[in-house]
Design a binder for this molecule. Structure first.
Ligand code: PA5
Length: 408
């Protein structure tokens, strides 16, 4: 299923000591049924699901939804999933409320800690909006996803009587896409969560081996480590299907937050081709030799378009007439890989058979498994984010100081 363009052997590791992540897959059937039930309710009574969350609490859902839903339309029931709490823009929130006014709204606020500033502020605004607009009914329209025991969001949910889903305490945000944090918005978007989980489950089975020859996730992790040892400081994740751009963002957070510690780690960067070939392509081909490239390719994409012939062939493109757009895209991928390798950028290829829920689930679990190995090779903890905590502390310190000055 996955093959590597570039691969060399490196040192042997104590692989059996690596932390397992199989418990990151939601296998709680009653919770899955409840998620599906709520998704049906939102689709029957709503037009918008507003997901409030930041980092791992929204990137996974958004990655899957963008990868698997149509470019230009809401889902088949007319429901769209939109996002808040991932920034601190007043204009964004103001325009969001204006937009919500025209729609029937459900809200899913997702925060494991329940104390993160961005979703906290957005939820405060949106909660007030929902109460004004829907009164008592707002309690039915707000759904909370948070830790089972801890955090202020859980307390709010209990006090208000909101429905609540759990992110297991042992699952960190960026590893939470297979829990309710990811699954509820994904289900509302009309994506088959069973197929998504089946793909992840298959990856879990395929990759549950310490034999490096048979473990593609570990091979990918070792390749990254080898690149790092050779002096490459950037990994550029690239794909040729625009709807994967949010999957890139999820990957960037997964590896960036898991590995970038103790002044170590590859800088995870992303590009969408062919768009970015006309932007950053020049640098990749001839700029500083600091990067290697990982190309994700889905062999089958459900929709395609045939290039028409024209009588006059004014644009000189008749030689491509009758070809499918996807086949041209696939060949451009091979051309890019060859050119970049010739230009001194090693290329790793990850090939998936089909862009669907099953294979996206497979790929995300693959990356999570690889990430744990990769961080372990660097001897950093894949599951914490001390640097993020540092910025949060500073920000709160400054805001409190500022609040005192304003109140004086
Ligand atoms: O991966 C992580 O743990 C982080 O990116 C968190 O998901 C992010 O900081 C949001 O945290 P929380 O879900 O507690 O609001």
């Amino acid at each position: 299923m996955l093959n590597f363009y570039f691969k060399e052997d490196i040192q042997q590791l104590h692989i059996s000591d690596l932390p397992k992540i199989d418990h990151y897959l939601n296998r709680d059937i009653s919770q899955l049924m409840e998620i599906s039930k709520v998704a049906v309710e939102v689709n029957n009574n709503g037009e918008v699901l507003l997901v409030i969350g930041v980092g791992g609490s929204f990137l996974g859902a958004r990655a899957v939804i963008d990868a698997l839903t149509p470019y230009f339309a809401p889902n088949e029931y007319g429901v769209e999933v939109i996002y808040a709490g991932q920034n601190m823009s007043g204009a964004y929130l103001q325009q969001l409320l204006k937009y919500l006014n025209k729609k029937e709204v459900y809200v899913n606020v997702v925060s494991k800690s329940g104390t993160t500033m961005e979703p906290g502020l957005a939820f405060r605004v949106v909660k007030q909006y929902m109460e004004k607009r829907y009164g008592e009914e707002s309690k039915q329209r707000i759904i909370v996803t948070t830790d089972a025991e801890k955090g202020v969001l859980k307390q709010i949910a209990d006090k208000e009587g909101y429905r609540r889903f759990v992110i297991p305490s042992e699952v960190g945000g960026r590893y939470s896409v297979f829990t309710a944090a990811g699954l509820l918005p994904i289900a509302v978007a009309g994506i088959d969560i069973q197929a998504f989980l089946c793909g992840a489950n298959q990856a879990e089975l395929d990759l549950d081996t310490d034999n490096l020859e048979q473990n593609a996730a570990y091979q990918y992790a070792l390749t990254r480590y080898e690149m790092y040892q050779k002096g490459y400081s950037v990994e550029l994740l690239a794909s040729f299907e625009p709807r994967l751009s949010k999957l890139h963002e999820w990957w960037k957070q997964l590896f960036g937050e898991s590995e970038g510690k103790e002044y170590k780690g590859l800088y995870p960067s992303t590009v969408n081709y062919s768009t970015d070939l006309h932007a950053i392509g020049q640098f990749v081909q001839e700029g500083s030799r600091i990067m290697f490239e990982t190309l994700i390719h889905f062999e089958e994409v459900e929709a395609d378009m045939e290039i028409p012939f024209t009588l006059d062939d004014m644009d000189g493109l008749n030689y491509l007439g009758g070809r499918s757009m996807n086949s041209i895209n696939a060949i451009s991928k091979d051309g890019v890989a060859l050119a970049h390798e010739e230009g001194g950028v090693p290329v790793v290829k990850i090939v998936m058979p089909k862009l669907d829920a099953y294979h996206v689930g497979y790929l995300m679990f693959f990356f999570m498994k690889a990430c744990v190995m990769s961080a372990s090779l660097l001897e950093v903890n894949p599951f914490d984010q001390p640097g993020v905590e540092a910025y949060k502390r500073k920000m709160v310190e400054l805001l409190k100081k500022d609040a005192v000055l304003v109140n004086e």
